[in-house]
Design a protein around this ligand. Structure first.
Ligand code: CO
Ligand code: ZN
Length: 329
């Protein structure tokens, strides 16, 4: 069942370079929807015609990464972050540029810079000896993603880019499995979420939904490195109450709880003060769009070791499928 998730996670798509993942998703969903189109920004918008109010599901296709900014005389490829990348989590990690060149992110100095390390103090070591050689391998503007193998162990999945290929996976599976619907349904795969919810801001104009449901990852409170919160791995789908950019609309949130109770789906309520999702942009469109977020509890977000539980993904999928089939009326 998770083979498709692996394929999605391993397809490189840093913000602004979503072509490859968009083509993969389009191929997967085309036979199951009435229409599918790519808008000006690159968002993929699929329509499953129905009666009733317009319900828009959204998951972002992009992942965090790096981009080459300039070159050093010793063959360094200097970089900047694409999205919220932690420099300490990036230290000595491998990245792969979209042209296939691989590198290690190394600190551009000795111990003193490690105390207040910034992403721009890391350079990509591509094994070049001169500036010319480095330029030829990775030109300015070339983007790359972290290297992080997809593995399954003890009921958990560990991979780079589970943020938000997990959400893309859940929407694709929902499209494939659903057998009835109560709403006019749109499934939107957005671009550049990691740079500030940019794709969602324009996609919502093209759909003009009455309701929106966003799928994304959410931090847990079950590791010492995170703020205290009542969210754990293997405890079920997260129904978000709030995050830094959004408060869930009661109509959508209560409908989610109702469908979990009715269908025996495990869930936990998510109250967060950090983090944001595409819902932060979508719910502010026009006169406002009642919106909700379904999330999978995730450890070590924005690192190559993002970790989720298979059972949590199954619960998220069950809830998403229930909303698609039974609707928000
Ligand atoms: Co993210
Ligand atoms: Zn995300």
């Amino acid at each position: 069942m998770f083979e498709l998730l692996e394929k999605l996670c391993m397809t490189p798509a840093p913000s602004g370079c979503e072509k490859q993942i968009r083509e993969l998703i389009e191929k997967e969903i085309s036979p199951y929807v009435d229409s599918v189109e790519t808008d000006v920004m690159g968002n993929l918008i699929a329509h499953k015609k129905g009666n009733g109010k317009k319900l828009m599901f959204a998951a972002h296709m992009d992942e965090i990464g790096v981009v080459a900014t300039c070159h050093g005389e010793k063959g360094q490829v200097h970089i900047a972050a694409l999205g919220g990348v932690d420099p300490y989590a990036s230290l000595y990690q491998r990245v792969r540029f979209l042209n296939g060149v691989e590198a290690v992110l190394a600190p551009d100095g000795k111990a003193d810079i490690l105390k207040t390390l910034k992403m721009q103090q890391l350079y990509a070591d591509v094994g070049a000896k001169t500036e010319e050689e480095a330029k030829a391998l990775v030109p300015v503007g070339e983007a790359g993603v972290f290297v992080g193998e997809y593995t399954e162990q003890n009921g958990c999945i560990r991979s780079k880019a589970l943020d938000d290929r997990f959400g893309c996976f859940v929407l694709i599976e929902t499209i494939k499995r659903m057998t009835k619907q109560e709403n006019d349904l749109y499934f939107v795969f957005t671009v550049s979420e990691e740079l500030g919810l940019r794709g969602a801001k324009t996609a919502v104009y093209n759909v003009e939904p009455d309701y929106a449901v966003v799928l994304d990852v959410t931090r847990t409170g079950d590791v010492p490195s995170e703020d205290k919160k009542a969210l754990e791995l293997k405890k079920g789908a997260i129904i978000k109450v709030m995050d830094r950019g959004f408060i869930a609309h009661s109509v959508v949130r209560e409908r989610m709880v109702e469908l979990c109770e009715k269908n025996g789906i495990d869930y936990q309520m998510g109250v967060l003060t950090q983090g944001a999702t595409d819902a932060g942009a979508i719910h502010l469109f026009g006169g406002g769009v009642p919106s909700g977020v379904i999330a999978v509890p995730t450890r070590y977000i924005h690192t190559p070791g993002e970790t989720v539980a298979q059972s949590d993904i199954e619960n998220v999928l069950a809830l998403t499928l229930a909303i698609a089939e039974e609707g928000i009326l």
